[in-house]
Design a protein around this ligand. Sequence first.
Ligand code: F6P
Length: 476
Amino acid sequence: MADSNSPIADSGRSPFVLVANRLPVDRKVDDQGNQVWRTSPGGLVTALEPVMRQHDGTWVGWSGSPDEELAPFTHEHFHLAPVKLSAADIELYYEGFSNATLWPLYHDGVAFPQFHRDWWQAYDRVNRRFAEQAAAVAAEDAVVWVQDYQLQLVPQYLRELRPDLTIGFFLHIPFPPDELFSQLPWRSEIIRGLLGADLIGFQTPAGPANFLRLVRRHLHLRTRSDTVFLPDGRLPKVRTYPISIDAQGFADLATSDEARDYAKKFCEELGNPRRIFLGVDRLDYTKGLIHRIRAFGELFEAGDLDPDHDVFVQVASPSRENVAEYVKLRDEIELMVGRINGDVSRIGRPPILYLHSSYPRLAMAAMYSVADVMVVTPLRDGMNLVCKEYVACRTDQTGALVLSEFAGAAEELRQAYLVNPYDLNGMKSTLLRAANASRREKQRRMRALRKQIFEHDINRWADTFLTDLAQFREAR
Ligand code: F6P
């Protein structure tokens, strides 16, 4: 691969190791037609870049392609230690157990979780492989931070391989209550897997509460406050760390000349409507897209919104396209949008602009900066960063955020217009209330939202977690 990559020069062992399903790089084709790696634009990658640099860290993860055997290499400030996944691993571990068992189960069962023993076996096998790779690249007494639901067995396997390590784990998605989690035939194995960590972090207080209850119920272990008492004397801690975004980075992007030009063109292409409603989501059944589109359909059909003046733009970025539920959802959405537009459109003015595509951060910042109402109505979401990005981009202190009560972010963003996405009439009236609110009212709310987000950004999240982890290491 033609790139600035270089193999890891030294012993390849780092004092800080991050383990995530995906590496923080994507493959792109450059102007000369060469394949190159680019650093992924996500918030986690941006936040961890300084931490990785400061500690000479290594990131363990999958490249995103099947059957690819890559030697460790360095890209920009990241040492990368790839884990190979075969086509069968991807089907059974990633699309299967991670995204058709755990994902729906952990999101309140909004789609039916499927339980298959061969998916579980693949999950177990692949988690062991990630742990082996992390054990191989971690220096003596290193700190290892494991991320998310795809890798819940890694802390235990890693501890067995390397008892000298300090291990943290953070779950980016919701952690379900006992009644749901207990459906899992491998529930005890997963709890034990997580307890390999010294610190287990969740997005909202429900996470620790649910987890500690399960520890008592299924492993019959004693817990007190945020601490689990293990038979070997270890005392893992279980706490809440709401993830956030690079707020200043988004604000700077939104006020750049490029974003302003993009935003102007975007509005012109929409026909300079009076009001823009915007939704930005991965195309996922947890995001409540069907309920949201139905609400807009009814508002346009009833004349509460006017297609001559109002438009609803829904960006739905392609995701997990080999998983059956996602294929079905895409068909349902496209049928629904087509019907509504067919019924309500005036020539050249479809009321719903549906974009099945991903956009760069600059384009997103530009769209946020001109969206009068941002509509974030998931049926369940661990946190939801889109709503935080929107708030960060509203440097004019206005705009309105309609936010689902079932997004983790709702616990922090109390000044949003909160909705229950299952309550169609409630959602419709709140959308209208947000759209019709006075400028003063919007500013009052937006100021409070911005204060929260700028005081609790992604750097604070990473610092807090890693500082706590370091303290527990001292106490060990
Ligand atoms: O929210 C969980 C998450 O795994 C994110 O970390 C990730 O950005 C997103 O879902 C999409 O995940 P993937 O495309 O890797 O399945």
